[in-house]
Design a protein around this ligand. Structure first.
Ligand code: NAD
Length: 289
């Protein structure tokens, strides 16, 4: 068996990402021990019942005691309060990372709360499903997916290399990226599409009320494919838009412009515009596996 990458990993928050990490860590023999903590008693009970982490703790402070890696896997809006709770219990030399979908906000709000001598390496695995909670995770979630690390100034390269080894052990391909660039790219590839999917379901629901639920009942493949991600966790997505405000507003502005141009083309019967637009965007979409 390969040598563990860390002696003890603490997972704070036991949802989709943390539970998938635990099963992937176990699959790879990547840690000596993994402790876990979630805020709600129900989640902790579920975790104990399904054997999620080696030891479920009653407080975040207890979970991080003696850990050489702490993973913050809570909604972005809860990162700072969790950090404030664990900060006094972190030993020098501990690495703290997170898996939040937004990076600038986490860097600005979590970084300053950490004590001297703790390595802070923000991260974001580009992998997920529309499911959430402790029972939604699975060991292969990160296989062949990207994990972006966003090292901050003054980080020990050895600590970054160790975290990289963990993610690679969990099956991911690791790249480093600047925080602002990350937030803009994710606004295009993930955040704004979720907002639009949520909107489409809202529109259908409105219409459903006047047509006796037909929109939902006869929901065609387009609607189903397009709106799958609208089943995602509302707390997580509320926090993404509250904390990636500038980038999502920028992308939403561009989206609205294109939508208005298409709306105008439909109204004026401008088939060339529609055809050219669909031709160009189909070629791009076909290039994505
Ligand atoms: P989830 O809803 O499945 O789980 C979140 C967990 O955090 C739950 O166990 C919840 O009880 C716990 N929690 C919430 N507030 C807490 C608090 N104050 N203290 C302790 N525990 C608390 O969410 P998830 O999908 O695992 O997301 C976790 C993080 O990963 C989020 O920051 C999210 O942005 C990010 N992320 C999600 C995805 C995805 O597709 N779901 C992908 C990549 C990254």
């Amino acid at each position: 068996a390969p040598a563990p990458v860390y002696n003890r990993i603490a997972l704070i928050g036991l949802g989709l990402i943390a539970s998938s990490m635990y099963w992937a860590i176990r699959r790879g023999g990547l840690a000596g021990e993994v402790t876990g903590y979630a805020r709600s008693e129900e989640t902790r009970d579920t975790a104990r019942r399904i054997g999620l982490t080696d030891r479920v703790c009653e407080s975040a402070a207890e979970a991080v005691e003696g850990a050489d890696l702490v993973v913050l896997a809570v909604p972005v809006g809860a990162m700072a309060s969790v950090t404030a709770e664990i900060a006094p219990h972190l030993a020098k030399g501990t690495t703290v990372t997170d898996v939040g979908s937004v990076k600038r906000d986490v860097i600005n709000n979590v970084g300053p709360l950490l004590p001297e001598g703790v390595q802070f390496i923000p991260g974001h695995p580009l992998a997920g499903t529309e499911h959430s909670g402790p029972e939604s995770g699975f060991a292969t979630l990160f296989d062949n997916r990207w994990c972006l690390l966003v090292p901050v100034e003054g980080t020990d390269p050895a600590a970054t290399a160790q975290l990289r080894a963990l993610w690679e052990g969990m099956g991911a391909n690791v790249e480093e990226m600047d925080a602002d660039h990350h937030d803009l790219v994710l606004a295009v590839t993930s955040h704004t599409p979720h907002l639009i999917a949520y909107t489409m379901v809202g529109v259908a629901d409105d219409l459903g009320r006047v047509t006796d639920g037909e929109v939902i009942k006869y929901s065609a493949a387009g609607f189903r494919d397009f709106t799958r991600i609208a089943a995602s966790d509302p707390t997580m997505w509320r926090d993404v838009f509250l904390t990636n405000k500038d980038a999502t507003l920028e992308i939403l502005g561009r989206f609205t412009e294109e939508l208005f141009a298409l709306q105008r083309a439909i109204r004026t019967g401008d088939g060339d515009h529609l055809f050219d637009y669909f031709t160009r965007t189909r070629a791009i979409r076909r290039g994505i596996i």
